[in-house]
Design a protein around this ligand. Structure first.
Ligand code: RIB
Length: 311
C-alpha cells in the first residue's frame, strides 16, 4: 500500500503544567493546572498530517509501557499506520512542558526522548522500501542525527520530497550535509537564530536568515514567525509572506510548529504548491493554538477547510 506521508520521529508523553512563572533552581512553585497527553514532535506532526487528510505512516520506537500504549491509541484514533514502529526495552520518553498561565503563547519544554532515540541508521535501512514509497518524508531532530540523516538520504535518493524541521536545535552544530538533504527546511524564529547566529526579530531579518540557510544547502526554507505567520523563501529567491490565521483566542501554542509541519507535508502530498501548502498549514496551526495540548489539538480537515473558506 502506498503511503503519502512518512513521518520518522519521536513519540513522548507530554506532562503539561500551567504556571505563573518559571521556578528558580531549588524553588518549589505552586502551579495552576496539569495535563498528561500524547506528544513528541514526530508523532504530533504525523497526527496533524493524518487529520489534515494525508495517508500517514509513522516510524519510531516505543517502550513496552503505559506511554507506549498512549501512543498507539492516538495513532489508531487518527488513522495512522504504525506498523513500522517497534517496541524495545527502553522506556518511552516524556516531556515537561511549562506553559505561561496568563498568556498561553509562552512555553518552555524539556524533552527526554527515551525509546525513540534508540532508532538506529540500520533500522532505517530496514525500512527503506517504505520510505521510498512515500511522496513526502518528514522528520525532526528528536532522534539521533545519524538516524535522521539516513532517513533523509534514502528519501532523497528515491526522489521523495524531504522536509526537515530542525527542532530541537542540537548543542553541536547541525551538519551542512543534513541541511542540504532538505527540500524544505522549517525552523521557527528561535531555531533559525540559533542555527544562523543571526537575529530573527523582523521579517527582513527572517529573510536574511533564510538566505543563510539556503547558502548552507537547504533547497527552500519556511521560517515560522508565530503570530506574524511564516516566510516562505525559495531557492530561486522568491519570497512569500504567509499570514497567520486567527481562528479564535490563543489558549496554548505548544505544538503549533508541529501542526504547521504536518499540514504542510499533507498539502504537498495532495499536490498543492508550496505557497498553498503553507497557507493550509497556517490554518491548521491557527486552529491548534485555540486548544490545549499538542497532538489532541490538531484539527480535522473539515475544520481547516472551514477556516480557509472565507479567506
Ligand atoms: O513541539 C511540541 C513538542 O515538543 C511537545 O509535544 C513535546 O513532546 C516536545 O517534543
Amino acid at each position: 500500500m502506498a503511503h503519502d506521508v512518512l513521518v520518522m520521529g519521536s513519540f513522548v508523553a507530554d506532562l503539561a503544567f500551567r504556571t505563573p512563572r518559571l521556578p528558580a533552581w531549588g524553588e518549589t512553585l505552586m502551579g495552576g493546572t496539569f495535563a498528561l497527553g500524547p506528544g513528541g514532535k514526530g508523532s504530533n506532526q504525523a497526527v496533524a498530517a493524518a487529520r489534515a487528510g494525508a495517508k500517514v505512516r509513522f516510524f519510531s520506537k516505543l517502550g513496552d509501557d503505559a506511554f507506549g500504549k498512549m501512543a498507539r491509541d492516538i495513532w489508531r484514533q487518527s488513522g495512522i499506520d504504525d506498523s513500522l514502529t517497534g517496541t524495545c526495552g527502553e522506556a518511552t520518553g516524556a516531556a515537561a512542558i511549562l506553559i505561561d498561565a496568563a498568556r498561553g503563547e509562552k512555553n518552555a519544554i524539556i524533552v527526554v526522548p527515551g525509546a525513540c532515540f534508540t532508532l538506529t541508521p540500520e533500522e532505517v535501512d530496514a525500512a527503506s522500501a517504505a520510505i521510498r514509497s512515500a511522496s513526502v518524508f518528514l522528520t525532526q531532530l528528536e532522534l539521533s542525527a545519524a538516524t535522521v540523516q539516513r532517513g533523509l538520504e534514502i528519501a532523497r535518493a528515491a526522489g521523495v520530497t524531504t522536509i526537515l524541521n530542525p527542532a530541537p536545535v542540537p548543542a553541536s552544530p547541525l551538519s551542512k550535509e543534513l541541511i542540504a538533504l532538505s527540500d524544505y527546511f522549517i525552523p521557527n524564529e528561535t531555531e533559525a537564530a540559533l542555527l544562523t547566529e543571526m537575529p530573527v526579530e523582523s521579517v527582513d531579518q527572517a529573510e536574511k536568515a533564510a538566505d543563510s540557510l539556503i547558502a548552507s544547502g537547504a533547497k527552500n526554507v519556511i521560517l515560522t514567525l508565530g503570530g506574524r505567520g511564516s516566510l516562505l523563501r525559495m531557492r530561486d529567491g522568491k519570497s512569500t509572506l504567509i499570514p497567520a490565521v486567527n481562528a479564535g483566542p490563543v489558549l496554548d501554542t505548544t505544538g503549533a510548529g508541529d501542526a504547521f509541519c504536518g499540514a504542510f507535508a499533507a498539502g504537498l502530498a495532495e499536490g498543492f504548491d508550496a505557497a498553498k501548502a503553507a497557507r493550509f498549514a497556517s490554518a491548521c496551526a491557527g486552529i491548534s493554538v485555540t486548544r490545549p495540548g499538542t497532538a489532541p489539538s490538531m484539527p480535522l480537515r473539515a475544520e481547516i477547510d472551514a477556516v480557509l473558506r472565507p479567506l
